[in-house]
Design a protein around this ligand. Structure first.
Ligand code: ZN
Length: 336
């Protein structure tokens, strides 16, 4: 197997072997073992297993054109293989949608981040459906029957410009409570805007949160740009925090303060139900606020008007498939 440990490039290796994925495993010095489980899916374990108190899933490229997270994760992996960065925990790295990376598109056939939590099972076979199935299988092996703390950060960049450039989506927790320590970590990643989801979803972060009780987040780190056009300065904090997370074994003791965050809750999920669906507000930035009773969207049989002042729109996209979410409406909230 021709892996060069000094300059291992997981992204390149993943794209080169897309038609016949490299399935292999091995050991790097006495530091860690690697296990290439599938295309763009790799498990690393520190050799001294007694040190591992966390199982960490780091995913990116669930949308293939969201390059900044791919660059961050790929560089972290390169530094682990060249022993510049040590690991203290079991880590599963996933490049979600390699064919859409090549195509420089969000997805090839359908949105991978609408296929998790078993949704792929209801669908006709296509590349994204097969990816969701394969990813869920490996995530299940990774998180099933694990007693250590389970963490999942699914890294994205957004299509639209945003009033809050960086924000994280906290998946719907059902009866579980928001975890303050996790929110402090997200803030250390440079992300202090939190969106609390209010219902089950078919996203990757909801899948791991719901099925494995992982602390899971969808983390939006800025705007979509092509490879090479991301400014590393914009991602210093998330890069540093992820490196500290994987290479340290202490838990952080920083205090949570609600005042450090802008916390929003979803008040309405606008669904596109027919071809007549349209927005009545201009092409807006994420988190644009509107006064009460603003007509936001209309569809064949209904419309949506804001219920209160300062309701904000997130992820407006009229081009989604029928039955899918065309926008979130959110308002200021608290976790306590
Ligand atoms: Zn995305």
């Amino acid at each position: 197997m021709n892996i060069s440990f000094n300059k291992f490039n997981f992204l390149e290796k993943t794209l080169e072997t897309i038609d016949s994925p490299l399935i292999t495993s091995g050991q790097v010095k006495d530091s860690f073992s690697y296990n290439l489980l599938g295309n763009g899916i790799m498990l690393l374990k520190p050799t001294k297993q007694n040190e591992s108190t966390k199982s960490i899933l780091l995913s990116c490229a669930v949308h293939g054109n969201e390059t900044a997270p791919i660059e961050i994760i790929n560089k972290i992996i390169t530094d682990i293989f060249s022993l510049k960065l040590s690991i203290k925990h079991n880590i599963l790295f996933i490049l979600g949608n390699p064919r859409s990376i090549i195509a420089k598109k969000r997805f090839t056939i359908e949105n991978l981040n609408r296929l998790f939590n078993g949704k792929w099972n209801d669908k006709a076979e296509n590349y994204e459906v097969l990816r969701a199935k394969e990813i869920e299988k490996h995530v299940d092996s990774f998180f099933q029957n694990v007693s250590s703390e389970k963490l999942h950060y699914d890294l994205h960049t957004a299509i639209k410009p945003s009033i809050h450039e960086k924000f994280a989506i906290y998946p719907f927790l059902h009866e579980r409570e928001y975890n303050e320590e996790q929110l402090v970590f997200i803030k250390d990643c440079g992300v202090d805007n939190i969106l609390l989801a209010n219902s089950p979803a078919t996203t990757f972060s909801y899948h791991t949160s719901y099925n494995y009780k992982a602390h899971a987040f969808t983390v939006e780190l800025g705007k979509v740009k092509d490879f090479g056009n991301n400014d590393p300065q914009d991602f210093i904090q998330v890069d540093k925090s992820l490196r500290e997370l994987i290479s340290n074994d202490e838990t952080r003791k920083k205090q949570f303060s609600e005042a450090d965050f802008n916390i929003y809750k979803v008040v309405k999920e606008i669904i596109k139900n027919s071809a007549e669906f349209k927005f009545h507000v201009d092409d807006t930035k994420n988190f644009t606020p509107f006064p009460k009773s603003t007509l936001i969207s209309s569809d064949k049989n209904d419309e949506y008007r804001t219920l209160s002042d300062n309701e904000r729109i997130v992820f407006p996209n009229k081009n989604v498939a029928l039955g899918q979410r065309a926008a979130f409406m959110v308002s200021k909230s608290k976790i306590k």
